[in-house]
Design a binder for this molecule. Structure first.
Ligand code: C5P
Length: 128
């Protein structure tokens, strides 16, 4: 069976990256991630990411280039990251317990989900 694609956004403003803190499931609660979610069957991944960012953060976004490599997550998913820019709205934590804009030093210190951690070098490069 092929893995379901989960898309995630690297949203950078100035020298800061937007992270969300997961409230669930229990084994991921309290850890930080790039916002995003599952691509629906037949859905274009960029379209899925725009939809997820609208649902999770209440923003309209423009999805840009991919960053990093795809990261397998368990046996079920493959995680894919894109640059994204907010074109309208201010992020609100609708799906996360908290949102946070981190600089490079803070990014190194937060408890990122294991899969997202694979992109640390790529993410740091975006923050200059
Ligand atoms: O957000 P959602 O629960 O739909 O994502 C599906 C799965 O993808 C999560 O359970 C998690 O394992 C993984 N994920 C991740 N990093 C992200 C977003 C999702 O590892 N930034």
């Amino acid at each position: 069976m092929s893995r379901r694609v989960v898309v995630a956004a690297a949203i950078v403003a100035g020298n800061r990256l937007l992270l969300g803190r997961r409230g669930d499931p229990a084994e991921m609660a309290g850890r930080w991630e790039l916002p995003g979610g599952k691509v629906r069957p037949g859905e274009d991944p960029s379209t899925a990411l725009c939809r997820e960012l609208d649902e999770e953060l209440g923003v309209q976004a423009r999805v840009g280039d991919r960053i990093g490599d795809d990261v397998p997550v368990g046996t079920e998913y493959v995680l894919r990251a894109y640059r994204a820019d907010i074109v309208a709205g201010t992020p609100v934590a609708r799906a996360h317990t908290e949102l946070r804009w981190v600089d490079a030093a803070e990014l190194a210190a937060v408890d990122l989900l294991d899969a997202d951690r694979v992109w640390l070098t790529d993410l740091r490069a975006l923050l200059g």
